[in-house]
Design a protein around this ligand. Structure first.
Ligand code: ADE
Ligand code: ZN
Length: 342
């Protein structure tokens, strides 16, 4: 029993359910239309003749395949106005999905390496976040270090962030996982912790369960991004569950990057059954075919998720967020009100 009369009824329930998004790379929300428009406006050459050709290129057999295209796409982002437009478009799209709070990743090294100032990037993003706040959507900003680069490069990036720390809630770790274990970044994460920043890391997306252990033991993370492969280690599952460690799971990303062969094999239900604080997120929605509601609906259809499981996922998105207790309680009450009325 799922508690829904039909898949359409389940989709409608999901569509209006208040939720937070905790795993979203702002550069991964660059839709092909905007990629084209910015390439033209900024005189940046891109190897695609049309928006359709861009979409056709979005076929990946693993994480690295995607990252190669993702970093190339970033090259059209040049000005503060570009970062504003990118962020503003994502936030309006999130609002349409009943997202009430977002925690957004950005990859400054993907921009500073091309000669774009850190300040240009963060000013554009935060101006859009401020505008959204006045519409009722709250946010946090998380600076991700690119793990295929050196720890010294991450340290230099943290140095560049120091004048803007009031705009940043935490640091994260993304890019090519295998071969770049969390241990490589233990010192820069310790410094970030000393600065009062929250800590998250991608772990167990393609990398082994040992990387999840390292993120906990050596980086002292507050959340694990993805965490799929933690399920291969029963002791680790117990550890994550007993610590109420939030996992930011990304179903359509996992499908597009061949982390799962199809969504019926997705581990989300097993995660919930094991007592893990799993959430549903879109990762890089412009590349993976859907924003947060599309992720919820696709995985709910594939796994035939129940009403209770869907409600738990939405509740986890707020309890796992970097929100204070009063805001969390307010959002959970909004979920209760939606559930009562629907
Ligand atoms: N950067 C953007 N999306 C990512 C993902 N899914 N994994 C690692 N790095 C990323
Ligand atoms: Zn990610």
């Amino acid at each position: 029993m799922t508690g829904f009369a039909s898949a359409a009824a389940r989709a409608a329930f999901i569509a209006g359910l208040p939720k937070a998004e905790l795993h979203l790379h702002i550069e991964g929300s660059l839709e092909p239309e905007m990629l084209f428009a910015l390439a033209q406006r900024n005189g940046v050459a891109i190897p695609f003749a049309s928006v359709e050709a861009v979409r056709a290129a979005y076929n990946f057999s693993n994480l690295q395949d995607f990252l190669d295209i993702y970093y190339q796409g970033m090259s059209v982002l040049q000005t503060e106005a570009d970062f504003y437009a990118l962020t503003d478009a994502y936030l309006r799209r999130a609002e349409a999905d009943a997202v009430r709070h977002v925690e957004i990743f950005f990859d400054p090294q993907g921009h500073t390496a091309r000669g774009i100032a850190f300040e240009t990037v963060i000013t554009g993003i935060t101006r859009a976040l401020d505008d959204a706040r006045s519409r009722g959507l709250t946010s946090r900003l998380i600076l991700c270090f690119l793990r295929h680069l050196s720890e010294a490069d991450a340290e230099a990036t943290l140095d560049q962030a120091l004048p803007f720390l009031h705009l940043i809630t935490g640091v994260g770790l993304d890019s090519s996982e295998v071969g770049h274990p969390p241990a490589k970044f233990a010192r820069v994460f310790a410094r970030a912790r000393g600065l009062g920043l929250k800590l998250v890391a991608h772990a167990g997306e393609e990398g082994p369960p040992e990387y999840v252990h390292e993120a906990l033991d050596l980086l002292h993370v507050d959340r694990i991004d993805h965490g799929n492969r933690a399920l291969e280690d029963a002791g680790l599952v117990t550890r994550l569950a007993s610590g109420a460690m939030c996992l930011t799971v990304c179903p359509l990303s996992n499908l597009k990057l061949c982390v799962v062969p199809d969504l019926t094999a997705h581990p989300l239900r097993r995660m919930l059954a094991a007592g893990l604080v799993a959430t549903v997120n879109s990762d890089d929605p412009a590349y993976f075919g859907g924003y947060v509601n599309a992720n919820f609906i696709a995985v709910a259809d594939a796994l035939n998720l129940s009403r209770d499981e869907i409600i738990t996922l939405a509740r986890n998105s707020f309890t796992g967020a970097f929100l204070d207790a009063a805001d969390t309680a307010r959002h959970l009450a909004a979920i209760d009100a939606w559930v009562m009325a629907n």
